[in-house]
Design a protein around this ligand. Sequence first.
Ligand code: ZN
Length: 160
Amino acid sequence: MIDTGEGKPEYLTNLMEGMKSCGCERISDIIVTHWHIDHLGGVPSLIDRFDHEIRVHKFMPERKEKLFGGEGSRDPYKIWPEDKFIPLKDGQIFRVDEENTLRIMHTPGHANDHVTLFHEEEKAIVRFFYLSSSTFFSCISHDSLRQTMCLVLGRLCFVI
Ligand SMILES: [Zn+2]
């Protein structure tokens, strides 16, 4: 599973319905793309919902970024303790099944721990960031957006 939303109760309801409709009964791993609340806020309620172990992965930067308004208003490690994350590594491979392999690409800019997921078989980006978020545009400078996009594009040229 990639990201968990911000933790609204209806999210779990929708998730459970979605999982049931596609015959999915378990979540083995959660990959958190970056520390902002709208991506990891749902981790605790999701972990509580299931009886089985779920591994939670996130890139762990050397320094924690300062809090700001909107999506960056909560300390991520008060939502999910720092030592409970399994650290992601740049270039790490997740073999989902026989036909799906994800490569982790550390792409800071939007956030210093931001990762982009690259689907090896399809040569496609699975997760980048929300371009449609007004919060995103009000909180993130154009320079940081440009930095992340350049990193992603540069890495794609290398990967493809
Ligand atoms: Zn964000």
